[in-house]
Design a protein around this ligand. Structure first.
Ligand code: MLT
Length: 271
């Protein structure tokens, strides 16, 4: 665990357990993790940014890590939970980062509260919705996870999260990721899959964005490939695209500096 865990009992099942790092008066940065992971995937970036003087808030999204699931299978609900957390912490404006599913949630946050987002960091994510085939695959996986547990996600996801080379050369990292997946409650993972299956097409939103934006992608990301990152970077006015060598999907953990340094460069411009 990175810092002080906190559960906001006032918000019922939407309360997001989170870490809150760095100085309380630092410029706030909220980082949203991917599926089926938890806040700890951002540990390298969070620790570096907190050292730089930013206040870094890392929620566990609904049904992941230590946050309860929500009944509604919708990423809009996830975004509302993130905004409610920002309200409770008194964060009026913040920089927002999202990895993969966290990026889908970040789009929903900015759609609801554009004036609150001072900068966007979109890491290994995509703006397009699922094809019908992808939706069917998500529902099949949700049924499997409910029946067999999160172990089925390890087999499906781990080879896509880290390159084969990293899995061989850094078994401790592979094990950390495996444990993070296994810690995801099956029902939380299943509901997230159902929510992702019906997510919006965000390409129109991107063209309207007027916020400093960074797009990062692992060069070997097969889940949200560099071509998907290029779509985002082409659509958002002034966006910077960084392609990180030697990384698959989970770039923030596989090549931490490749993500941290461009984030720092973007965030420095805000303070
Ligand atoms: C993630 O990493 O959050 C997921 O792979 C995203 C997805 O399945 O679309």
């Amino acid at each position: 665990m990175l810092g002080r865990p906190f559960v906001d009992g006032m918000m019922g099942d939407r309360a997001l357990d989170h870490d809150d790092l760095g100085p309380r008066d630092g410029f706030p940065v909220i980082l949203l993790h991917g599926f089926p992971l938890a806040r700890g995937m951002w540990r390298h970036q969070a620790e570096a940014l907190a050292r730089d003087g930013f206040r870094v808030v890392l929620p566990d999204l609904p049904g992941h890590g230590r946050s309860a699931s929500v009944d509604e299978r919708s990423l809009a609900t996830f975004a509302e939970a993130v905004l409610a957390l920002a309200d409770r912490l008194g964060l009026r404006r913040f920089a927002l980062g999202g990895f993969s599913m966290g990026g889908y949630v970040a789009f929903e946050v900015v759609r609801r509260a554009p004036s609150r987002v001072a900068a966007l960091m979109l890491v290994d994510t995509r703006a397009e919705p699922d094809s019908e085939e992808a939706q069917a695959g998500r529902h099949a996986t949700a049924a499997k996870v409910r029946g067999q547990g999160a172990g089925v996600l390890v087999d499906a996801m781990l080879p896509k999260l880290l390159t084969e080379r990293t899995r061989q050369e850094d078994p401790a990292l592979a094990d950390e990721v495996r444990r993070m997946i296994l810690a995801t409650p099956p029902e939380g993972a299943a509901r997230a899959l159902e929510a992702m299956a019906k997510r919006e097409d965000q390409r129109v939103l991107l063209r309207e964005l007027r916020v400093p934006t960074l797009v990062v992608v692992g060069e070997a990301d097969a889940l949200t490939p560099p071509s998907a990152a290029q779509v985002i970077a082409d659509a958002v006015q002034g966006a910077r695209l960084v392609v990180v060598p030697g990384a698959a999907h989970l770039t923030p953990m596989e090549r931490p500096e490749g993500v941290t340094e461009p984030m720092r460069a973007l965030l420095r411009g805000l303070t």
